[in-house]
Design a protein around this ligand. Structure first.
Ligand code: FCB
Length: 446
């Protein structure tokens, strides 16, 4: 028996997203998404990388599913490319695009792997961006129509659905910090986008219920807990504001139908124009599960010149992954306890957790990524401990199955448990993939 044994029936697997792995950008009627467009502007993405080919999962999905099976995975989370299925964003369905996902779902099911569909993982059709994207109130309707196409086609075969992946990144990285598509830099505009994303989520959940889809629906939120550098009132205030932004903004919306009051006051004080949120309560539909994405935490100190949160990240001398993210698995455990206590969150799945290292293949063709094994092991122990404390966690999906297009970092940051040679597109499981296979087999670790 492993020392850290997981509950019977715990679900093990991995996760990816459409734009990051599919490639085949122009194949079978797919049109541009905001990420295709974003990549075309020099300076947006490291080395001007893009997802045109990526690891060509679109054409290699059978091989990829076989690999998941070989690695012992029981579940696989992937997202659908909206512009593959609805090249005009709404209206006419592209049957070929839809067929790809249908074949993928069938392939997974026949391999004994449970598909988890993410409806939206950031690749809005460019044509809808030209109408204002998530800042347009019609985006709620567009998303509902798109959800319906997927519910109708896959509702009989797919049991697990995530409406949105990390609306935080879609709204704030995309519309405020400008580091993700569509690359805007306007906080008020980002808040408006976040509001529509929340309404779209709620509308999709209601539709799912109305259509009586015999599965479970939730949302995937990312959480980056913040800690004050000292016990001073100022550092605590800075950290609390960041907490409002990085943890509570979307959790409050999804579970309470509100945005955090302290942040709304701060934004007003800072002169940010806030939209009318009068329908936000519609975002708080009952969920079957919460998808939790966790990578790291940050420590903050107060800085009165820092806009808008009076908060500055402290670069601490702690172990970090190669992307520069501090490793802090204790924060993972605390987060779960908090989601249970503060939000009364339903059962949870870890829909992403993992790390980027500059992995290389040695002369024997192996990738000995012991740092990743260490990261995964620490974080799984944190999950185990949260379960011991009574948190209802049902599964762990590692980010990511493959090295892939890591957004603004291009292909430089490798998050996979499977190495990908970007010239030959050959997939090679890293040591961590074999390690995880043992964990899965034993339903736990030592
Ligand atoms: C998450 C994203 C995922 C991947 C990881 C590293 O924010 O959901 O697509 O980029 O980070």
């Amino acid at each position: 028996m492993p020392k850290y044994e997981f509950p019977k029936g715990f679900t093990w697997g991995s996760a990816t997203s459409s734009y990051q792995i599919e490639g085949a950008a122009k194949q079978d009627g797919r049109t541009d998404s905001i990420w295709d467009r974003f990549c075309q502007t020099p300076g947006n993405v490291l080395n001007s990388d893009n997802g045109d080919v990526s690891i060509d999962h679109y054409n290699k999905y059978k091989e990829d599913v076989a690999l998941m099976k070989e690695l012992g995975h029981a579940a696989y989370r992937f997202s659908v490319s909206w512009s593959r299925v609805l090249p005009d964003g709404v209206g006419k369905v592209n049957e070929k695009g839809l067929q790809f996902y249908s074949d993928l779902v069938d392939e997974l099911i026949s391999a004994g792997i449970e598909p988890f569909i993410t409806i939206y993982h950031w690749d809005l059709p460019q044509i809808l961006q030209e109408k204002g994207g998530w800042q347009n109130p019609d985006s709620v309707m567009w998303f509902e129509e798109y959800s319906k196409v997927l519910f109708e086609k896959f509702g009989d075969r797919v049991k697990f659905w995530c409406t949105l992946n990390e609306p935080y990144c879609a709204a704030f990285l995309g519309y405020y910090l400008g580091v993700h598509a569509p690359g805007y830099r306007d906080l008020g505009g980002a808040i408006l986008a976040s509001y529509h994303l929340m309404l779209a989520h709620g509308a999709s959940v209601r539709l799912f219920r109305k259509m009586n889809i015999p599965g479970e629906i939730g949302i995937t939120l990312n959480f980056t807990p913040s800690y004050p550098l000292t016990d001073s009132k100022e550092d605590k205030l800075a950290s609390t504001y960041i907490d409002g932004y990085d943890v509570r903004w979307f959790a409050d919306a999804v579970f309470k139908g509100t945005f955090p009051q302290d942040l709304l006051e701060l934004f007003k004080e800072r002169g940010v124009t806030l939209p009318d949120f009068s329908e936000l309560n519609k975002a708080a539909e009952k969920l079957d599960f919460l998808g939790v994405n966790f990578y790291n935490s940050y420590t903050y100190r107060y800085n009165e010149n820092s806009w808008p949160f009076y908060a500055e990240i402290v670069n601490q001398a702690v172990p970090k992954t190669d992307i520069g993210w501090p490793i802090h698995s204790e924060a993972f455990e605390e987060l779960f306890v908090r989601l249970k206590d503060e939000y009364n969150a339903p059962k949870m799945y870890i829909t992403e957790n993992g790390c980027a290292y500059n992995d290389v293949m040695n002369e024997n063709g192996e990738v000995l990524d012991y740092s990743r094994i260490n990261y995964l092991s620490r974080h799984l122990k944190a999950v185990h401990s949260a379960i011991q404390k009574g948190v209802d966690i049902r599964g762990y999906l590692a980010w990511s199955l493959f090295d892939n297009f890591e957004w603004a970092h291009g292909y430089f940051q490798r998050f996979g448990i499977v190495f990908c040679d970007y010239d030959t597109l050959k997939r090679t499981p890293k040591q961590s993939a074999y390690w995880l296979r043992e964990v899965i087999k034993n339903n736990g670790l030592d």
